[in-house]
Design a protein around this ligand. Structure first.
Ligand code: VGL
Ligand code: ZN
Length: 212
């Protein structure tokens, strides 16, 4: 059985909740669609996990940590390029809250918890620090991951590529994903496809195969 991973469905990433880093197309109907699909996968017998961006208030990715810099600029940190974001998903704030009933998730994997490193990937941060997702997948003897959420061009992309790199089959449900910007989102789809991800349009395309 494949494990479903619901990526960063959090207030700060949505237009619905007027989040600080609201991604285009994330209205209430989008979130409800993700919720319904997640419930169907669970009812079909899939283990369901979630990721949650979970930053300390002084996280390195916040432009407010870099005097003279503005949001969405890129800076060089040691050998890394870091996009500077508006402060978002700060631990224990409303903006960091998951917008889907947590009762649907067998586990929630928090990422970006180390102030020194960003973590688009659900598996590990830019410093190589592991989140615990590997262990959750191993526990469930998962061969494959079904992935969807926010943002296509950051967390979904990075998690898909790391999953493929670890030998999992990765299927991304396109209609349940939203990207920060059109160009990076197009590029992300191409990269995921080139790395071996299967892209399906709708959850029904997979649910039929699961017999529901
Ligand atoms: C993400 C930007 C900043 C994501 C997280 O999860 O896609 N994007 N932090
Ligand atoms: Zn973040």
């Amino acid at each position: 059985m494949e494990t479903v991973l619901v990526v960063d469905i959090q207030a700060d990433f949505t237009e619905w909740k007027r989040g600080s880093l609201a991604v285009p197309g994330t209205d209430e109907a989008y979130v409800q669609g993700v919720f319904q699909a997640t419930r169907r996968f669970r009812d079909a017998g899939c283990p369901v996990l979630a990721t949650q961006d979970w930053h300390p208030a002084d996280h390195i990715s916040f432009y407010t940590r870099h005097p003279g810099r503005k949001a969405f600029e890129t800076v060089r940190l040691e050998a890394r390029e870091q996009i500077l974001w508006p402060p978002h998903c700060v631990q224990d704030t409303d903006g960091a809250a998951l917008l889907i009933d947590p009762g649907l998730f067998e586990a929630v994997i928090r990422k970006g918890t180390d102030r020194r490193y960003d973590s688009y990937s659900g598996f590990e941060d830019d410093g190589g620090g592991r989140t615990g997702l590997d262990r959750e997948l191993e526990k469930r003897k998962t061969g494959g991951i079904i992935l969807f959420g926010i943002a296509t061009d950051y967390c979904v992309r990075a998690t898909a590529l790391h999953g493929l790199g670890r030998g999992y089959t990765v299927t991304v449900v396109a209609s349940l994903c939203r990207g920060v910007a059109p160009e990076t989102t197009e590029k992300a789809w191409a990269e995921m496809r080139a790395a071996g991800a299967v892209i399906v349009e709708a959850p029904q395309d997979l649910l039929r195969r699961l017999g529901s």
